[in-house]
Structure formats: structure tokens, C-alpha cells
Ligand binder design. Structure first.
Ligand code: NCD
Length: 359
């Protein structure tokens, strides 16, 4: 079998490869009809174990606009998953029906796990609160088109930085460009996980953590708003305490620079008032449109083998060690090899990035 380009974590690819995708997306935007039969005869499967509007439909639209066809489910309870089928078997079978498999699952590291058994390339469309690489490609295309660059930007990220997978993927990507500065706006309870902060530190990125949007909005080139991820909280009361703390409204927009743009992966709940939608700096609806073009480009690059193979599992097997993250895919899919990367006296789970301190 040809080596496959699974898109699990963008960090496995070079910035040249990211550019190839976003540049192709820009060409598709200029002349979409040129690409209308590029993937004819190809089948894309979308396996969505978690709710989605944009990601699933934009993938499906992208494939249909390239002349391909789609299969899949968006409600696992109507598939054999409800009969107890594991991820391995579902992936094995569906990947033999399709040429490309797009998966969203609430367990962290699930897309990596699926890629171990799939017979076709796997794209991570969100694995729990961990990563969301194709939203990041969407965000990078938005920044290129609307700000003209991916470097030298001051970016505020506001809301649920702990559970927001789009934030994690975006920070990992933008920290690879020069002179970006990050302002992390959240409550202490919803602060960015320390493993992402370590990546920022290791790459020499400047960042600060604050708890007031109002105080920093005037400094920003980009404001990336996020919703509080209700489904990732262990209890409703904790969510109630955290929701509605950050609100972007017309009043705060008055303090922002005239060329600041507001991004949001959507869905919006109550963190941006609707009056902001009419502000020309509000970019979130346009951002969602960019997502279709970038996914068209990604599908072409993956199906035409234009990318490298990325990174499979390359850590060491520690059969006796269990990942401590209760949301890690290795907790529910027991057959998976427990592989970890060793970093000094820390073992890092290769599926979900959770760290275990060795004693
Ligand atoms: C995001 C997601 O699913 O992580 N949405 C998306 O893909 N556009 C953000 C969210 O759900 O809050």
C-alpha cells in the first residue's frame, strides 16, 4: 500500500506543506469550476460521533464540489456503534469502502487510533478537547486572506482555552511563525493546558495570561473568541459558573483597532452579541466559508499524495503504564498499544499528549 498522509496533528507537517494547502485553496477560490471533477470517482466517509454543523457539512460540500461522493453517519446510534462495535472495526471496514475518512469523536487521541487500522487516509475533524487541525487550516486561510500574513500578529484568544481544541491546534500552528504574540484571555479554571504553554515556551513565543477582555482588546490584531465547551465539563454547576463571563459587544468593539478582526470557529452561544455581526471587523461567517475551500484543497492534496506521510506512532511501548487522562482513547479501546514519548522524566501519551511524571 502507498504510504498515507493522515491529518491528525498539523505539527507533523512542515509549514511549506501547510502553505501548499492554503495556496491551493486560494487558487480554488478564484476558479472553483476548474476543480469540479477533480475527485470524481472518489468516496469520502464522514464518521461523526459528536455533533457538528460546519465541519461535517463543509467536508461534505468540499467533496461534492470536487465531483466526489460521500457516505457516513452523524449519529452513531444508528450505526453498529450502538451494537458495541469498537473504533478499530468500524474504521477498518469503512476505510475499505472509502478513499478518505473524516472522523470526529469525543475521545482524545481517537483520530490517531483510527489511523492505525485504516486502509485509507484519516483526517481528524476534532478529537474531544484535544485538536482540530482542519479548523486551524481554515483559520490560517482566513488570516492570510484578511490580514495578509501569518507572522508578526498579536492574537488574543478568549474563552475556554482549556477545552477548546481549535485553540490548541491554532496555537501550535501559529507558534511556528515568527514574531506572533499571544494574549490568553480566560478564567484560571479555563486556562490553556500546560503542555501547550510548554510548546509556546520551547518555541520562544511571547504570551501573557489575562482575565479581562476589555483591558487588552485595544492591543490586538486578531481576537479569536470561543464558546465555553459545556459538553466537556464534568458537572453542570461548574459550567454555570464559567459561562457568560466573557462577552464581546459593540461597546467593547469601540475600544478595538479599526483593522482588528474577530474570528470564532462557531458555534456561537452567548459570547458575541448579534449587534457585532454587522461590524465589518466581524469575520466569523466569512471564516466558515473559507473552511470549504481549504477542505477542498486538503482533500486534493491528500488524495493526490502531495503531502508527506506525517507522523505515525514512534514512541516506546509501555504496556504496563496507563494514560491518566480519563478522556484518552486508550481508556475505552483496550487493544491499543500504550505508546509514550519520553521527555526527560516525563512520559507523554502519543494519543492525547497527557503527561505522566515518572518517579
Ligand atoms: C468547533 C469544534 O467543534 O471544536 N467548531 C467547529 O468545528 N467549527 C468549536 C466549538 O465547538 O466550540
Amino acid at each position: 500500500m502507498m504510504p498515507q498522509s493522515h491529518i491528525i496533528d498539523l505539527d507533523s507537517y512542515t509549514t511549506d506543506e501547510w502553505n501548499m494547502i492554503t495556496e491551493l485553496a486560494q487558487r480554488i477560490m478564484k476558479n472553483p469550476s476548474y476543480y469540479h471533477s477533480r475527485c470524481s470517482g472518489k468516496v469520502m466517509a464522514t464518521l461523526f460521533y459528536e455533533p457538528s454543523t460546519r465541519t461535517q457539512m463543509s467536508f461534505q460540500t468540499a467533496m461534492l464540489r470536487l465531483g466526489g461522493t460521500i457516505i457516513g453517519f452523524d449519529n452513531p446510534s444508528v450505526s453498529s456503534v450502538s451494537k458495541g462495535e469498537n473504533l478499530k472495526d468500524t474504521t477498518k471496514i469503512v476505510s475499505s469502502y472509502a478513499d478518505i475518512l473524516v472522523i470526529r469523536n469525543p475521545m482524545e487521541g481517537s483520530a490517531r487510533a483510527a489511523s492505525l487500522t485504516a486502509d485509507c487516509p484519516v483526517i481528524n475533524a476534532g478529537d474531544g478537547g484535544h485538536l482540530h487541525p482542519t479548523q486551524t487550516l481554515t483559520d490560517m486561510l482566513t488570516l492570510k486572506c484578511e490580514k495578509g500574513r501569518l507572522c508578526g500578529l498579536k492574537i488574543g484568544l478568549c474563552g475556554d482555552l482549556r477545552n477548546g481544541r481549535t485553540v490548541h491546534s491554532l496555537l501550535k500552528a501559529l507558534s511556528r511563525y515568527e514574531n506572533n504574540e499571544f494574549v490568553l484571555i480566560s478564567t484560571p479554571q479555563l486556562a490553556l493546558p500546560s503542555y501547550i504553554k510548554d510548546i509556546l515556551n520551547a518555541r520562544g513565543c511571547s504570551y501573557k495570561e489575562v482575565n479581562s477582555l476589555e483591558e487588552v482588546i485595544g492591543e490586538l490584531d486578531v481576537l479569536y473568541m470561543t464558546r465555553i465547551q459545556k459538553e466537556r465539563f464534568s458537572c453542570e454547576a461548574e459550567y454555570e459558573k464559567q459561562k457568560s463571563i466573557f462577552l464581546l459587544d459593540a461597546e467593547k468593539m469601540k475600544k478595538a483597532r479599526p483593522d482588528m478582526i474577530v474570528m470564532h470557529p462557531l458555534p456561537r452561544v452567548d459570547e458575541i452579541t448579534m449587534e457585532v455581526d454587522d461590524d465589518p471587523r466581524a469575520m466569523y461567517f466569512k471564516q466558515a466559508k473559507y473552511g470549504v475551500f481549504v477542505r477542498m484543497a486538503l482533500i486534493i492534496c491528500v488524495l493526490e499524495n502531495r503531502l508527506g506521510t506525517g507522523k505515525g506512532l514512534c514512541g516506546k511501548l509501555h504496556s504496563d503504564v496507563c494514560c491518566k487522562n480519563p478522556k484518552c482513547i486508550t481508556r475505552t479501546e483496550k487493544y491499543l498499544p500504550h505508546t509514550f514519548i519520553t521527555r526527560g522524566d516525563i512520559l507523554e501519551c502519543e494519543y492525547c499528549d497527557e503527561r505522566i511524571l515518572l518517579d
